[in-house]
Design a protein around this ligand. Structure first.
Ligand code: PEP
Ligand code: MN
Length: 369
């Protein structure tokens, strides 16, 4: 980790009084325990703040009399930022690596429906070359009236059967904090935070207290800054008061899945340029979900290749043994196409890596522990 200090600049209005400037400094020092440096220029005063500037609420500072504007020089999402950690982070999922030079495929049924459906889909996914199995017991749906998964204990029993049948690590979405302990006891290897929970602070805070890898989806109404702030929060180990607890979960994997747009022919709009952009802004592994973004099986294959060519460290997509009968998102699940997608995705990845396309970003990777 490179220790660059975070920097924020507070620009006072022309003619701001000494008392107003003192009050601003006092707030920074007493509320946040940070040091300030004042510079007086032609008619205006600038206050520089150095240290953990990420914890400052700009709104509270801007509101003070005499403040013109607050300029953040370093990103608020410090822990997730490449400016503070230049090498790619590699997350180790019980021996399966995500990030850096590898391409990791997450796949499997959108939801567990029955033991037969789940195990058959799991084996099909493993045979297709999937590295980490989707084993979702709890579903947050676009409409709450739609299928929301089995009762949790029953679902987790089936997860164990899926693991036993395939030997693969599993990813499972956590919606309700009350289920975290049961998830860990059942051997969930990766916890997913879905797009609808991507800014739910109690979940993010609780996951910062453990070290189980987390897939953090991009909320479909979030911008890049909001997404990376949520990721950094899981890594930070900050408590409610903004104090360091000494904990913090470095094992965060980002998952891009598209945002809402006016286009109604696709489910969400996936902006391919977000892939290289996010990888340049953050050292965290970035995977992408062609099923939940496109919403249509016939689009999943090409979109997968697009994501990989754009620099994603992996994919996560729905694979179902019988999509026509699926209770959840069958329309966007692939079946026999899965093996071809995995094979070609790996070929595209290897071709580009072999040509050094990624060398600027992934040069020296370090496994986070
Ligand atoms: C999912 O991956 O099953 C899912 C519901 O995706 P998202 O949270 O991105 O909608
Ligand atoms: Mn789904």
């Amino acid at each position: 980790m490179t220790e660059n200090p975070e920097i924020m600049i507070i620009h006072m209005v022309e003619g701001a009084t000494d008392e107003q400037t003192e009050r601003v400094i006092d707030r920074i020092v007493s509320d946040y325990g940070l040091q300030c440096q004042t510079m007086v220029g032609a008619g205006s005063i600038v206050i520089g703040v150095k240290g953990m500037a990420g914890i400052i609420d700009e709104g509270r500072v801007t509101e003070l009399p005499g403040v013109d504007r607050v300029i953040r020089i370093t990103e608020k999402y410090k822990d997730a930022s490449r400016n503070f950690h230049h090498e790619d982070t590699i997350v180790d999922v019980n021996g399966t690596l995500v990030g850096g030079g590898s391409l990791t495929i997450f796949g499997g049924p959108c939801a567990i429906e029955t033991e037969e459906q789940a195990v058959e889909s799991a084996v099909m996914s493993r045979d297709a070359g999937v590295d980490i199995l989707r084993a979702f017991v709890d579903k947050s749906r676009t409409s709450p009236y739609d299928y929301r998964g089995l009762e949790i204990a029953r679902g987790l029993d089936i997860v164990k059967a899926m693991k036993a049948a395939t030997g693969l690590p599993v990813v499972c979405e956590l919606i309700d904090l009350r289920h975290l302990e049961a998830f860990l006891e059942a051997g969930i290897d990766v916890i997913q935070i879905g797009a609808r929970s991507a800014q739910y602070s109690p979940l993010l805070e609780e996951l910062s207290r453990i070290r189980t890898p987390v897939v953090l989806k991009h909320g479909f109404g979030n911008d890049l800054n909001e997404w990376l702030c949520a990721a950094a929060y899981i890594m930070s180990g900050l408590d409610r008061a903004g104090n360091h607890t000494g904990a913090g979960n470095p094992n965060v994997i980002l998952c891009y899945r598209g945002i809402r747009s006016f286009e109604s022919e696709t489910r969400f709009a996936a902006d391919i340029s977000m892939i290289p952009l996010v990888r340049s802004k953050s050292h965290l592994p970035l995977i992408a979900d062609p099923s939940h973004s496109s919403g249509d099986r016939s689009l999943v294959e090409r979109v997968s290749y697009g994501f990989v060519a754009a620099g994603a460290n992996g994919l996560e997509f729905d694979i179902h043994c019988n999509p026509e009968e699926a209770l959840c998102d069958g329309r966007q699940a692939v079946r026999e196409e899965a093996g071809r997608i995995v094979t070609h995705a790996r070929q595209i990845h290897a071709l580009l890596a072999g040509n050094g396309v990624d060398s600027g970003v992934a040069a020296a990777a370090a496994v986070s522990k």
